[in-house]
Design a protein around this ligand. Structure first.
Ligand SMILES: [Zn+2]
Length: 115
């Protein structure tokens, strides 16, 4: 597999990356901490631009084989086994998990996890 992103994949990436700007990228402001029963604090706002700029050159090279109807997890050309680190852990408009990983060595977008 080696294809361009679909419109939907692009939309999910932008939706997720925009949470860097607001500090909601690890659930801050939305998720409730079960111990304190308070909304989790926002994280330090980050500039999403370096990641948004990569979207046009992304190629989808693999997809998750699990077969779950709600799973739409794909990996990009920058993916290397054991090098993924999550930079966004958010949700889609239809309440699926939306997790974005980069390659920790290169800082390039590596994986979009939707499930
Ligand atoms: Zn899957």
């Amino acid at each position: 597999m080696n294809r361009r992103l679909t419109e939907q994949e692009r939309e999910w990436l932008v939706l997720g990356l925009e949470t860097l700007r607001t500090g909601e990228y690890f659930g801050g402001g939305n998720w409730v901490d079960l111990e304190t029963n308070k909304a989790k604090e926002l994280d330090q706002p980050l500039d999403p631009q370096p990641f948004l700029q990569q979207i046009d050159e992304l190629r989808v090279v693999d997809k998750c084989p699990c077969g779950e109807a709600r799973c739409h997890t794909v990996t990009f050309q920058n993916f290397e086994i054991g090098k993924s680190v999550a930079i966004v852990c958010s949700s889609t408009k239809d309440s699926r998990m939306l997790i974005i990983h980069i390659n920790e060595d290169t800082g390039r977008l590596a994986e979009l996890e939707i499930c």
